[in-house]
Every structure is written in structure tokens, then in C-alpha cells.
Design a binder for this molecule. Structure first.
Ligand code: BJW
Ligand code: ZN
Length: 260
């Protein structure tokens, strides 16, 4: 069953993934009663969803301040909507991958579990995750700036910017932009669960965006066993108990087990 061996080709995600670290993570998870997973864009990378930072990231081609702030939306809602609609179209056909699926199996196997995702792509829900909070909202929901109504809309939006059918107010994507507060209940839940967990998994996030990045920091401070899964080093790598340098869709099935 052990797929990890010694040094492989330089492009292999397992190049620096040590078998003993994988074993240690697997043993910790097997014994854990309370587990929290914090995920970021990297877990969806292998489904074909672009990340934000890094060589292929969205912020290489687009400036966040032009597109992902309330001020940008107030200035030019059409421009912002065109960007979001092109991302929605690109994500319409993507499917969860083995990393999302492994977190569903993990949820089913531990008594207390919380998935806190920064992702807005909805792939965790599609995979079957249930005990979940979406810290940065969801791209498939629209929120009215006039009456506050929120509705799910997976169909292509043809008339941009979209308007509310109740009050004709401007609709916005129900996501969290820079400078905006995260859903308070969701963030509190993530902090509380992470501090009380036996194991916290931090998967596919650059650990640069706050306050989400403070969740595993709080767990480390509380003495929790924090495991990072990421092909790259991050500001969290040094502080956590294990940093598994590999791709989520390959490493998560190894440490969770139970894959078909
Ligand atoms: C793989 C992989 C594979 C690749 N497997 N891994 C302190 C200092 C300075 C500023 C701040 C501060 N505290 C707060 C702020 C402000 C700001 C912030 O954090 N800025 C930093 C960038 C410096 N935070 C906010 O504004 C937040 N709100 C807030 O703080 O409110 C209070 C407030 C009120 C008023 C004024 C000021 C503050 C809100 C943050 C909202 C973030 N929104 C976005 C967009 C969502 C909507 C959309 O999609 O359009 O959320 S930005 C973007 O970043 C998105 C992500 O959820 C978020 C995190 O990114 P993530 O997921 O980590 O992705 P990447 O691309 O960064 O990393 C991918 C990782 O995957 C990499 O490490 C790869 O190596 C790895 N990877 N392939 C595993 N196969
Ligand atoms: Zn409305």
C-alpha cells in the first residue's frame, strides 16, 4: 500500500515527501477523535481550478484591487461581473478530485470533524462534505445589495450585471472580498474547532490571507498537531508538526486511506 519511496524524478511531488512523515500523519489521524481541515485553492488545482498566487495563479493576470474589493465593484460592477462570470464558466464542468474525496472519508471516520474551506468553487460540497464552513463564500451564490436576498444560481448569467428579481437591486457574487469581514459564525467555528482538535490539516493554501491563515496559527499555539500538505513551503511550514511536500490529491488519500 505504501506508495512513497526514496528520491524520484525532480518533478515528482514526492521528491521531498518522507515515508516516515506520511506514516506519522496517518497514525495521528487514525487515533484522532477531533479533526479540522483548512483548505485553500491548491486542493482544487488538480480539478483544473486556477489558484490565486504562484506562476499560474489568477493574480498573475489580474490585480485583486481591480476585481476583488467592494470599491472595485462599486466603480465598475460590469467589469467585476465579467471576470466572475468567466471564472464561473470555467468551473462549470470541473469535478472534485481524490483530495476532496479523501476529506469526505475522513469526515465519515472521525466523531468530530470540521472542514473550513477558503475556496468558493463549491467542490467540497459536490464531493459530499457536510460538516463544512465556507470562509470566503461561494461563487455559485448571488447576494442582493438592495434587499440582502441570497440565491443559488449555477446557470450562466447572460445579462450582466445581474439584478434582483425581488427589488431590482444590483446582485453581487456572495464571496468575501479584500477588506470585508468573513462570516462571523463560520470563522468562530473554525477557530474554536481548530484549538480543540487532535489534528489540524492545512491543505493547499499559501497561508498568506488573514484571518483564515490565523486559524492554524491558533492551533499551533494551543499545542495541536498541525499537518500541512502543499508542494511548496509556506509561512506556516516551519511552525507545524509535519509539512508534507506533495499534492493534495496524492497525499490526502495516502494519509486518510480507504480509497476505492
Ligand atoms: C497545492 C497544489 C496541489 C498548488 N495540492 N497544494 C495583515 C496584514 C496585511 C493585510 C491584512 C492582514 N490581516 C488582514 C489583512 C487584509 C487581507 C489580507 O489577508 N491580505 C493579505 C493578502 C496580506 N484580508 C482581508 O481583507 C480579509 N478580510 C478582513 O481581514 O476583514 C477585516 C478587515 C476589514 C476592513 C479592512 C481590513 C480588514 C478578507 C480576505 C478575503 C480573501 N478573498 C479571496 C477572494 C475570494 C473570492 C474570489 O475567489 O474571487 O479569497 S482572495 C483569495 O485568497 C481567495 C482565497 O480564498 C484566498 C487564499 O488563497 P489560497 O487559497 O491560499 O490560494 P493561493 O493561490 O494563495 O495558494 C495556493 C496554494 O496551493 C499554494 O501554496 C500552492 O503551493 C498550493 N498548491 N497546487 C496542494 N495540487
Ligand atoms: Zn433584492
Amino acid at each position: 500500500m505504501m506508495m512513497v519511496s526514496g528520491p524520484m524524478s525532480s518533478t515528482s511531488p514526492f521528491t521531498t515527501l518522507s515515508p516516515s512523515d506520511v506514516d506519522a500523519a496517518r497514525a495521528r489521524l487514525a487515533a484522532a477523535r477531533r479533526v479540522v481541515a483548512l483548505t485553500g485553492a491548491g486542493i482544487s488545482a488538480e480539478s483544473g481550478v486556477p489558484t490565486f498566487r504562484g506562476a499560474e495563479g489568477l493574480w498573475r493576470s489580474f490585480r485583486p484591487e481591480d476585481l476583488a474589493t467592494p470599491r472595485a465593484f462599486a466603480r465598475d460592477p460590469l467589469l467585476v461581473w465579467e471576470w466572475y462570470e468567466s471564472r464561473r464558466r470555467g468551473m462549470g464542468a470541473v469535478r472534485p478530485n481524490a483530495g476532496h474525496d479523501a476529506l469526505v472519508r475522513l469526515e465519515e471516520g472521525v466523531p468530530e470533524f470540521l472542514l473550513a474551506t477558503q475556496n468558493v468553487d463549491g467542490l467540497h460540497g459536490l464531493a459530499g462534505s457536510r460538516r463544512m464552513v465556507e470562509l470566503h463564500g461561494n461563487l455559485w451564490r448571488l447576494r442582493c445589495l438592495g434587499c440582502g436576498a441570497v440565491r443559488e444560481e449555477r446557470r450562466e448569467l447572460t445579462d450582466l450585471p445581474p439584478r434582483c428579481t425581488i427589488c431590482s437591486g444590483l446582485l453581487r457574487p456572495d464571496v468575501v472580498w479584500f477588506g470585508e469581514d468573513l462570516p462571523a459564525g463560520a470563522l468562530d467555528q473554525a477557530f474554536t474547532a481548530a484549538r480543540a482538535a487532535d489534528v489540524v490539516l492545512v491543505v493547499g493554501t499559501s497561508s498568506l490571507v488573514y484571518p483564515a491563515a490565523a486559524v492554524p496559527e491558533a492551533a499551533v499555539s494551543a499545542g495541536v498537531f498541525v499537518v500541512e500538505i502543499n508542494p511548496e513551503r509556506t509561512p506556516l511550514s516551519e511552525a507545524c508538526a509535519l509539512s508534507l511536500r506533495g499534492r493534495a490529491a496524492e497525499v490526502l488519500p495516502l494519509i486518510v486511506g480507504g480509497a476505492a
